[in-house]
Design a protein around this ligand. Structure first.
Ligand code: NAD
Length: 420
């Protein structure tokens, strides 16, 4: 049926999936049809919550199910490429979590296999899909505040001290800040600036002995247009950037005291990380508190960080419910219609492509270009050199028409600092 909900299977029902389950449940165009995971506890909890869904113990079993139309791959990074290829070979459309793959050869193979099998591949679940990032791009393109001058994204988070599995702690398997976190910032920066970066000089940092993976990076990039961009993320959780906005505070998933306690347990080797991780997955207490309890929907600096866009005649940055726009005639807050933290649009991109024959914008080629930048930061860290980029692609203009962000209110902010 042309307008029937899309039958979707989730492979890897972990923390990343926990964040996507509510939007999947709420989207009337998605049928959360099946789940696959190697962990029996996770499978049981999935079966309990979704008694009508099919449950599989492996990706291999799930992709053989002829009733599943598309899969959402949220297994650890090292499985993204092989599982995408497997699913595509079985005729399933794919949304793959970030990072798309561990290297460009894998990414190329993913794109080729999807093409060969006539399925859509979406490099999904980065914060570039979110309304405030799309609105920044749309304002740049509209010329309202003139030509783009620079883009800066800065994140300070607790990412490194969240519970981790062995795969996440192995840089060879895609562990660490560069693989895991550059996609959010690079995708957003590329989208705001058009898509095509020319080169990057980057540096990853690793200085917490208990964590054998990079917990920091900074990167300086240049667009083909000559526009500069900077991306910084520090995940060590001492200082967090949500302290920097008047409507934020120093709490993240943890209070500052809890963060110190976690670090103490890590230093002493007493942290029960496997249990903590399970608690954040489906049916756990952590999942309930973070992903299934209603929170204030206001944006605060998170894993993407604060993004500041400078143009010839103004600047913009995220506000609690949209953007602050600094123009020659004053400061405005542009409120967006959708939840600024909403994650429906990637599901919609999948549905629109499969059911309505619309283009995929966050395509395999788009994801590969973002991956290339992350890999170049790693390369630049080793060589201390600037890396030239060769796989960059533009985001098509049609994206802004099809996924235009609706601004419901534009309010003038007076001469006091903009506050929520
Ligand atoms: N976009 C986001 O905001 C976001 C947030 C969190 C995680 N993620 C992504 O999700 C992925 C997983 O990270 P996570 O934090 O959810 O980790 P996780 O360990 O909680 O989840 C991975 C899940 O996959 C399962 N699994 C492992 N190997 C498997 C296999 N071979 N077959 C089937 N299932 C398997 C595990 O049992 C686990 O339930 C990563 O790629 C990460 O980048 C994205």
């Amino acid at each position: 049926m042309a307008d029937a909900p899309l039958r979707l299977g989730v492979i890897g029902i972990g923390v990343g999936a926990a964040e996507m389950l509510p939007p999947m449940e709420n989207a009337d165009f998605i049928d959360l049809f099946a789940g696959a995971d190697i962990n029996p506890d996770v499978r049981n909890r999935f079966a309990e919550r979704y008694p009508n869904a099919r449950v599989y113990a492996s990706a291999e079993e799930m992709v053989k199910d002829p009733d599943i139309e598309a899969v959402w791959i949220s297994t650890p990074n090292m499985y993204h490429a092989p599982m995408t290829i497997l699913a595509a070979q079985h005729g399933k459309h794919v949304v793959v979590e970030k990072p798309m793959a561990l290297n460009l050869k894998q990414a190329e193979e993913m794109v080729e296999t999807a093409e060969k099998n006539g399925v859509h591949l979406i490099a999904g679940h980065t914060q570039s899909f979110m309304p405030h990032m799309r609105l920044m791009r749309q304002i740049v393109k509209s010329g309202r505040i003139g030509k783009l001058g620079a883009v800066n994204a800065i994140a300070y988070t607790d990412w490194m001290i969240r519970p981790r599995t062995w795969e996440e702690l192995d840089p060879e398997q895609g562990g660490g800040m560069v693989f895991r976190q550059t996609p959010h910032q690079i995708d957003s920066i590329r989208s705001i600036g058009g898509g095509k970066l020319r080169n990057v000089r980057g540096m990853a940092g690793q200085w917490m002995p208990e964590r054998p993976i990079p917990g920091y990076y900074s990167a300086f990039m240049e667009f083909e247009s000559g526009v500069p961009a900077v991306a910084i993320h520090n995940g060590y959780g001492y200082f967090v950037a949500s302290e920097l906005v008047p409507w934020g505070d120093a709490n993240t998933r943890y209070t500052p005291t809890e963060r110190n306690e976690i670090k103490r347990q890590m230093r002493e080797g007493t942290r029960k990380e496997t249990e903590e991780k399970l608690s954040l997955r489906i049916g756990g207490e952590g999942e309930q508190a973070i992903f299934r309890t209603a929170h204030d929907e206001a944006w605060k600096p998170n894993d993407l960080g604060i993004v500041i866009v400078s143009c010839e005649r103004g600047e913009m940055r995220q506000s609690p419910r949209g953007l602050f726009l600094y123009e020659d005639d004053g400061v405005k807050e542009l409120m967006v219609k959708s939840n600024p933290l909403g994650r429906d649009d990637e599901l919609r991109e999948l549905y629109n492509a499969v059911r309505l024959g619309r283009p995929v914008y966050h395509s395999g080629a788009w994801g590969m270009a973002t991956l290339e930048v992350g890999l170049a930061i790693n390369e630049s860290t080793k060589t201390h050199k600037q890396i030239e980029l060769t796989h960059q692609v533009e985001m098509p203009d049609a994206y802004d028409v099809e996924y235009a962000v609706e601004v419901v209110e534009e309010r003038v902010v007076d001469d006091t600092m903009p506050v929520a």
